[in-house]
Ligand binder design. Structure first.
Ligand SMILES: Cc1ncc(COP(=O)(O)O)c(C=O)c1O
Length: 441
């Protein structure tokens, strides 16, 4: 057995997570540079990580964890994969940024186009930039202003998409965040996920003003909630009947759940797609792409403006290309098998401890809802027992398994998870299930 109090691979006097968090909190709002890292949903001190190697993360307190977050999705091959590291080092040695076109951008764009139905792509730096730009392009192309999105779907911190209120019937949304103006959010119609009737009804009322429907290809930001069979195709049909575009957000699913992303499992006639996470191999790279006639409206080919100083950065392109070139059918089969094994082990442990739960999957993305009711949308997801998740999470953490610190997030596996890591997870689960049971009763 591993002794988690044993310092691993770095000085014993390394500042511990709490001290780093205190220092950060004095000068960084909430002590973190992205909110969910702060552990607010589960309580306790966020772990400051100092190193990653294969399936393992190492924190500043001398503990190691099997990583089931994988940087929120990007690390398909695990941490510090030698070929990805070598590609980044070689690119860095040639120069970090030129502000000119580079060969790596062409190769990465070709790789994306070869794996997906997108005819053209534009590289950007984050998923947020990708969805923001796709929406501007859809509005510019159609000459319309309204956007339909679904409650519980997250598309980055774009003003117009931070409206998630409302369910069931078409609701003109209120902003979710101070600073997002009512005017910006009023162009966003928020509907219940997995409910085509609500979409048809919204188009009956607002059809001529709707530029686009944006949806996560398979929802992963309310926990994992896969689209019902035919749902994504139904969105395309309704949008197109009314002259609107369908934007499929594959920032999370793209190149993770199959070679082509969710569209590789459930091909749908979308007009635009957004990508991120895996395609940057752990460095900041993202993209949006789609129909050539729509994409050609982008500057400098067309009038819709979009730009970026570091877009297509040589290091990010090198990391993304190295990752995607190793992401073959064998890797995806391995990810599927690993995800199925972990999901089933978790479900078995929870069943053994009598904890109500649902294992939800979308390809190799999965999460556990702490409820025995079916979860098809955000309202269902919110009915779960988050206290049970919290106890489960902390037990896993203390036993060296790093889960997403929220009940509303997907778990992510990497190709680096080996038998040792699996054994480690299997050994931790029964105790975590008992902790969840104690929090449930
Ligand atoms: C589906 C989806 N779209 C967009 C984004 C935003 O991406 P980023 O965090 O790179 O801005 C995310 C981030 O988690 C996401 O899951």
């Amino acid at each position: 057995m591993i002794d988690f109090n044993e310092p691993v691979g770095y000085p014993a006097d390394a500042p511990a997570s709490q001290e780093l968090f205190d220092r950060a909190a004095a000068i960084v709002p909430g002590g973190v540079n992205s909110p969910v890292r702060a552990f607010r949903a589960v309580g306790g001190t966020p772990r400051f990580m100092v190193r990653g190697e294969g399936p393992w993360l190492f924190d500043a307190d001398g503990r190691r964890y099997v990583d089931l977050v994988c940087s929120w999705g990007p690390l398909l091959l695990g941490h510090a994969h030698p070929e990805v590291v070598a590609a980044i080092q070689a690119a860095a040695a040639r120069g970090t940024s030129f502000g000119t076109p580079t060969p790596g951008e062409v190769e990465l764009a070709e790789e994306l186009v070869s794996r997906t139905a997108a005819e053209q792509v534009r590289l950007v730096n984050s998923g947020t930039e990708a969805t923001m730009s796709a929406i501007r392009l859809a509005r510019g192309f159609t000459g319309r202003s309204k956007i339909v999105k679904f409650a519980g779907c997250y598309h980055g911190h774009v003003d117009a998409l931070l409206a998630a209120a409302g369910s069931g019937v078409a609701t003109l949304a209120l902003p979710d965040s101070p600073g997002v103006t009512g005017a910006g959010a009023s162009e966003t119609i928020v509907l219940k996920y997995n409910d085509l009737d609500a979409v048809a009804q919204a188009f009956e009322t607002h059809g001529e003003d709707i530029a686009a429907v944006i949806t996560e290809a398979a929802a992963g930001n309310m926990g994992v909630v896969a689209p019902l069979p035919g749902y994504n195709a139904g969105l395309a049909e309704i949008a197109h009947r009314h002259g609107a575009l369908l934007i499929m957000d594959e920032v999370m699913t793209g190149f993770r759940v199959s070679r082509g992303g969710w569209q590789g499992l459930d091909p749908v006639d979308a007009d635009l797609w957004t990508f991120g996470k895996v395609m940057g191999g752990g460095l900041p790279a993202a993209a949006f792409g789609g129909r050539a006639d729509v994409m050609s409206k982008l500057a400098p080919a067309g009038p819709v403006y979009q730009a970026g100083t570091l877009s297509g950065n040589p290091l990010a392109c090198a990391a993304g290309l190295a990752t995607l070139r190793l992401a073959d059918d064998a890797l995806y089969a391995r990810l599927d098998a690993t995800a199925a094994t972990i999901g089933q082990l978790a479900a078995k442990a929870l069943a053994g401890a009598g904890v109500p739960h649902r294992l939800a999957t979308a390809g190799s993305m999965f999460s556990i809802f702490f409820t025995d009711a079916e979860v098809r949308d955000y309202d269902d997801a919110r009915r779960q027992n988050t206290a049970a998740f919290k106890a489960f999470f902390h037990s896993m953490l203390s036993q060296g398994v790093y889960l997403p610190p929220s009940a509303f997030e997907s778990w992510f596996v990497s190709g680096a998870i080996d038998d040792d890591a699996l054994d480690h997870i299997a050994a931790a689960l029964p105790g975590a299930a008992r902790a969840a049971a104690a929090a449930t009763s």
